[in-house]
Design a protein around this ligand. Structure first.
Ligand SMILES: Nc1ncnc2c1ncn2[C@@H]1O[C@H](COP(=O)(O)OP(=O)(O)OP(=O)(O)O)[C@@H](O)[C@H]1O
Length: 583
């Protein structure tokens, strides 16, 4: 039976809020913002002084019961100005956000959804606005129109609207290409309904993040204007307080502390709240990795009863990009403790087959399968969360290019520890201990040093060992290695293969080894599936393939690989020293 998978459930706002609140940093940021808002609102209750009430005798007054934060350079109560100044900042930031979204939001939605002439026109207008220097425009407006900081913030909102426009347009463009939006259209839903049901849920979460950024930037710019002396004298603001503090910096430097801290904390809390929402979104937003995809599939959604030792069952797998079919009816199985070599020349569809199992195919790939099941679980019907739980924990992956698979911005240790904390629930200390043990196990001579190193500080061979350590760190039952030695020099290749074989045996893992090299197959594979032009042309135990290849293509591959030299097994001698050198 053929079915079309449904659109992923939108990340409910409640769910997003709950996930955000699970992050202690987000809770602290919310608490800080709540405190600033509450203090600003309660200003008349918390102080008896008007913010612009000046008493000459209180000029630079020290902190006292009457003036808890002292007096400023012209005898105004600092606490009162701090509390009322908070109002100015909050109102200004909110105005900028509202205007930016009121202008950029609808334009982005309509442009992204309908494209056409409206999109072209809006894009042109946005480019013009972005070319305008924001600060100069605001200075001009304040000089020529009004000294009110709120007017400046409204202008700032218009100037920042293009950022909102671009974000929302990009989000809408991505979602309108989804097959389920087409399906909704075909089923007769109107544009308004499609927007509400499919588009807005995708747009809301990134908008929240953008709003926090606009808010933080607006508070900073507003303070900058007030610091320059712009704004009404009666309008207390943190920027004006900073300006006053600077003029008295030698006599009362403490005056810098209060507005500086209030502004810094508010901007920091707002920005970090945005980051926390983004992180929460990363675990709720289904479109991040385009899963589950709108895949047309046959009977793939049904779970299969696992055979005794069967890890993976792939039957009738087909991967296509539009008209181009790159995997065409592939069927393979992997048992526990078995190494399956997936062999074939470049472009034969080996990686596409492996990536189908991992759920790593690009969005535009259309995947069909009669069965695609890991331990009896139908992979194509897993949600993103379920798939994420499986990757790493159930199925490990060793990529081809070790260096480009390690994030250059993070130390090796961090990159090993994080997945173990997430998947195995280990404490930081336990995960660290396990990571060091793993680094030692994969033959790294100085685990402590490598643990502290950045990827650029180790060699390619070391990096591949690190990735192997990472791949097995959460004790997967199936390991998928995609040309794991291709990028390494020949002696290191032999050592890495040796390591993979011994890890596979001691952990009794199943393994799919993607390779174009029969030398590699001879070293470690139990069974071989030979691929040509997206199909499996021959599948047999490794010994049989070498002794009596059944297909001309297999013979041709064997000849081309083995004629050139000895199988790698001959290179593997016990006690082969590590040849890697760190850079
Ligand atoms: N995103 C894509 N869009 C269209 N075609 C693609 C895409 N990704 C891969 N292909 C095509 O799929 C075919 C199989 O690619 P695949 O990467 O599986 O080959 P391979 O056997 O692993 O080869 P190699 O060893 O060179 O990686 C190739 O013809 C490739 O051009």
């Amino acid at each position: 039976m053929t079915d079309v998978a449904q659109a992923p459930a939108a990340p409910g706002r409640d769910r997003l809020l709950r996930r955000t609140l699970r992050d202690p940093l987000a809770v602290v940021c919310l608490a800080v913002l709540a405190l600033v808002i509450a203090a600003s609102l309660a200003a008349p209750l918390l102080t008896d002084y008007a913010p612009d009430h000046s008493v000459l005798a209180d000029t630079l007054a020290p902190m006292s019961g009457a003036h808890p934060l002292g007096g400023d350079g012209v005898g105004r109560d600092v606490m009162s100005r701090l509390l009322y100044g908070g109002r100015t900042s909050l109102v200004g930031g909110t105005l900028a956000v509202l205007v930016a979204f009121a202008v950029g939001g609808p334009l982005g939605l309509i442009s992204g959804f309908y494209r056409g002439w409206f999109d072209a026109l809006a894009g042109w207008a946005v480019n013009v606005i972005m070319a305008v220097p924001a600060i100069i425009v605001m200075l001009v407006v304040m000089a020529a129109v009004s000294q009110d900081l709120n007017i400046a913030m409204i202008v700032l909102g218009v100037i920042m609207a293009p950022m909102v426009f671009r974000l929302i347009r990009a989000s809408v463009l991505a979602v309108r290409e989804e097959l389920y939006v087409d399906a909704a259209r075909v089923s007769g839903l109107g544009d308004a309904r499609i927007m509400r049901r499919h588009v807005l849920p995708v747009v809301i979460a990134p908008s929240v993040i953008q709003a926090t950024q606009v808010f933080a930037v607006a508070i900073g710019i507003q303070a900058g204007l007030a610091f320059l002396g712009l704004g009404k004298a009666s309008q207390a603001s943190w920027g004006a307080m900073l300006g006053d503090a600077f003029t008295n910096v030698y006599t009362a430097p403490v005056l810098l502390v209060w507005p500086g801290a209030a502004m810094g904390l508010t901007i920091l809390a707002s920005s970090m709240l945005g980051n926390a929402v983004r992180d929460a979104l990363g675990t709720t937003q289904p479109r991040v990795t385009k899963r589950p995809r709108p895949v047309v599939r046959t009977a793939a959604g049904s779970a299969v009863a696992p055979a005794e030792d069967r890890l993976l069952t792939v039957e009738g797998l087909r991967v296509a990009y539009g008209e181009k079919t790159v995997v065409d009816g592939v069927s393979i199985t992997v048992e526990r403790g078995e190494v399956l070599g997936l062999v074939g020349e470049s472009g034969s569809g080996k990686s596409q087959t492996a990536f189908s199992v991992l759920g790593l195919l690009p969005y535009e790939a259309e995947v069909k399968a009669d069965q695609l099941a890991f331990e009896g679980k139908a992979l194509l019907s897993l949600s993103l969360d379920q798939l994420n739980a499986l990757r790493g924990r159930g199925i490990g992956y060793i990529p081809q290019e070790p260096m480009s698979n390690l994030d250059p911005c993070f130390r090796i240790g961090f990159q090993l520890v994080e997945p173990m904390r997430k998947h195995l629930g280990l404490s930081r200390a336990d995960a660290r201990t396990k990571a060091l043990e793993l680094l030692a196990r994969v033959g790294i001579p100085d685990p402590e040093r490598v643990f502290r190193s950045y990827p650029h500080q180790i060699s390619g061979g070391m990096a591949q060992r690190v990735l192997i350590a990472g791949a097995v760190s959460c004790d997967p039952r199936l390991l998928i290695a995609d040309e794991p030695t291709t990028a390494l020099d020949v002696t290191v290749q032999a050592e890495v293969l040796d390591l993979m074989r011994s890890l596979q045996q001691e952990r009794h893992m199943g393994m799919i080894l993607v390779t174009h090299d029969f030398g590699v197959v001879a070293d470690i594979c139990d069974r071989v599936a030979v691929m040509q032009k997206g199909r499996i042309v021959e599948s047999a135990p490794a010994g049989q393939i070498f002794a009596a290849p059944g297909h001309d293509y297999t013979r041709m591959l064997l000849d081309s690989t083995l004629e050139g030299g000895p199988a790698r097994g001959e290179l593997l001698r016990p006690g082969t020293p590590l040849k890697e050198v760190t850079s």
